[in-house]
Design a protein around this ligand. Sequence first.
Ligand code: G3H
Length: 541
Amino acid sequence: MKSFAQQLDVFPAENQIPEEYRITELHQREYLINGEILPWDGSVQEVLSPVYIKQEGRLERKLIGSYPLPNTEKEAMEALDAAVKAYDNGRGEWPTMSIGDRISCMEKFVGRMIEQKQQVVNLLMWEIGKTLGDSIKEFDRTVEYIYDTIEALKDIDRASSRFRIEQGIIGQIRRSPLGVVLCMGPFNYPLNETYTTLIPAILMGNTILFKPPKHGTLLHYPLLEAFRECFPKGVVNTIYGRGNTVVPALMKSGKINVLTLIGSSRVADQLKKLHPKVNRLRAVLGLDAKNAGIILSNADLELAVKECLLGTLSFNGQRCTAIKIVWVHRSVADQFLKRLNEEVDKLKPGLPWEKGAQITPLPEPQKPAYLAECIQDAEAHGAAVTNEGGGIVNESLFFPAVVYPVNSQMKLYREEQFGPVIPVVPFDDIEEPIDYIINSDHGQQVSIFGTDTEEIAHLIDPLVNQVSRVNINAQCQRGPDTFPFTGRKDSAEGTLSVEDALRSFSIRTVVATKDTEGNKEILNDIVEKNRSQFLSTKFIF
Ligand code: G3H
């Protein structure tokens, strides 16, 4: 049997990479502004894959391409001007276009997007180390999300295509766009999580500044032409560069109406404060989380181990919804740990395209060192790594570590490790994990594992007022995408889901008049002669 160090020795020589997953370097020298794909001849950011390649006995991160890296805010401000102009105070072509026509543009876009699937999936594997299966899932889930969003928008529009008469007032209520949206997605779901804000924001009639994440930028390149082709000019504009170089000026301009960011609460906090008229800024944010798993004394331990394994280590623990701390009742702690250690040690490290690979290279270069530091800190405060392979590293590959017993002095107790380390805390009294959740800065989700109905019911009631989703005998997760996805405290602002996202990127607006003969004639004339997009009883079938 191979040692863990041998198992982590997965990095190939160039000629050992299967042909269908080889990558041709992609050097992006273009960006999309105001309906034009413009050439870029400034400085660039090289993209090094988390996958290392063996060359003459050495391991080197593979160069997979590069993208524009402006070192001033000039291009970002040009993109802002284009988005402001396209919105034109709500009078632009896009914000005034009928919902039906906007949907047609989006349907055309999805068609073009699907044509790029293979390249986007390959780039997901090479840029962020996501497995082939999960990369395909991310792409397909995104396409499905777009189709579902289109259907949800039709429903909203159908419900709005009528007048209401109340207390002598006739009114029509619809959702209107908010303006210019600055959209920034995360590296762990660079396509899906970005698009779950970008697409509803576009569909509701807003114009967009889109900044791809630092890791996971190139995979957006094959889709630029589709954005250019399918939407009026200035509706989608791209921004590159380091966030702290280009984004502050955008916020300080006061021209951003919606900030949507899936990232850290620290960054969101700083950016919001830069806006000169903070009441004019809407924020739609998915932020940090430190979801807890709670294993009760009567839990089905096999099920708890299976779900905790998925919850803590899917995509190497790099999900905002991951279980990032496990509380286990002391009476079952040994048994739970034994089974968890066994299952963790069975996980297969490998390259993203390898069949059965579960542990893959981490895209953030500093992550293995950070995780090692968390483990050292835990050891210094009395914990140990309990699984055999735990914490063994080969460059970007980090074998998952179970750390026990974790306590409040350790970094792993509070910090969002966002990687393959599982902190386990024993408890005697259920008030201990409840207190932890109450005092946490985060409030996204929790998973409870148990079989005693009364005990579970007793936990549900306090926990639903602390987090936004309580999972019973199941890992934490975002899906299904029709369920509301949000969080309390520093974990989120606004709600995402197929339908909620459409609401988050729009505002209800009313056109109203008094119920008199003269006013009814005016309304009828407008409707019958199709004089307005807003005031209309047209029905989308
Ligand atoms: O990173 C956060 C994602 O929204 C998680 O989605 O729970 O479906 O993996 P997921």
